[in-house]
Design a protein around this ligand. Sequence first.
Ligand code: EPZ
Length: 428
Amino acid sequence: MRNTTSYTSEAFIIEGGRTLRGAIRVSGSKNASLPILMASLLTREVCSVEGVPHLLDTQTAFELLESLGARVEPDGERVLINPASVNNQKAPKEVVRRMRASVLVMGPLLARFGRAVVSMPGGCSIGVRSIDQHLKVFEKAGARIKIKHGYINLEVERIRPVEHTFEVITVTGTENALMFLSGCERRSILRNIALEPEVIDLVDVLRKMGVEIEIEDRTAIIKGSGELRGFSHRVIPDRIEAGTLMVAGFLTGGEVVLEDVRVEHLGNIIEKLREAGALVDILSLNSLRVKGGGNIEPLSISTAEYPGFPTDMQAQFMVLCSIAKGVSEIRENIFENRFQHAAELQRMGADIHVRDRLAIVRGVEKLSGAEVYSTDLRASASLVLAGLVAEGITLVKDIYHLDRGYERLEEKLRELGATIERLPQKDV
Ligand code: EPZ
């Protein structure tokens, strides 16, 4: 059993004003890795996953798989999962509280064992994040669901094929439904599905396992099988890490080359960066260059489901807007409380007015270094970006939020010329 990940409180100390230059390789996608790791529960055969980033969330996913009885063996750049020995279908609360994506075990456990017991994930700092859409698909296909003592108890004898339209476009809801229906040998139809690249990466894996899936617009037709095969797969690069590094290069007036990216997944981010005045050159299908140095133009941003502008990039772009030449508007349409970074940026001198889901950002000449606190994964990334351009020293505290979703971010930024160190919080 892996040692339980303990969140030691650490901080980043950043000296602003350095220009980022150089080439950096982007890690594998966290949000593709998580559902793909859980998909291994659908089979008894060994699964090999390459490119899984080394993060708190992926470590938690390994712990969860082991707590269900699977064997997880890191093997260099890949991880081997042997799910034959899975003998437990209960995801404990201490794991689910740490990582809400643990709810992704519901679909595969129901498909393979007809049973799953998962602690209700509860809310998080960016919103209520209910999972009603996940449960509706299970219920429609014949699952019995009881919620008691904070746990969801799910049971199903035989999964009935469904024709289901999601009321809300949900990434993990789509992923849970696809894995669940992989256990049904008759054809189902899912409408209004999410089309994020991470969902499509899971579809590629399910097809390798023997599931027939056709996707047209936001409709998926899926025909599962009783016996699914193991798989070998390399996860796609992390488009949000890529976007975050692109913003860092432009923000600091530098020149950054990203390698191992999938340019086709970055369209909406590239468009917005160009609108803000960045020079973005596509060097190949898997590499691009971002150049800054000129003015940062104000933007109008409205987050949307893929292929729209990603909510996971909203906080990072708010930093760009905070030193743009003019007034920007940012509308957050996906989560109801995803502006917590605004208050921390204001401590650094940003001029931001938030009302409900709209933030008005008036560009200022300069941000100034301050002691700021991370509240969620992408908010903490925005505070690091702000520290890179702020005058003086910035302390970003509680960076375990950042470690959940970024692999060695401070090392990557240092390789590009940033002055950034990780310290135990008690020493700062
Ligand atoms: C996934 O979360 C990502 N996480 C999030 O990334 C990302 O921000 C989000 O999709 C949106 O793109 C993973 O993939 C592990 P949703 P998810 O279900 O699936 C509402 C990060 O930074 N909703 O698409 O939980 C929900 O409240 C993380 O890496 C329901 O109402 O998001 C939200 O308002 C943060 N009922 C909206 O839909 C449901 O049953 C979109 O949520 C499900 C969702």
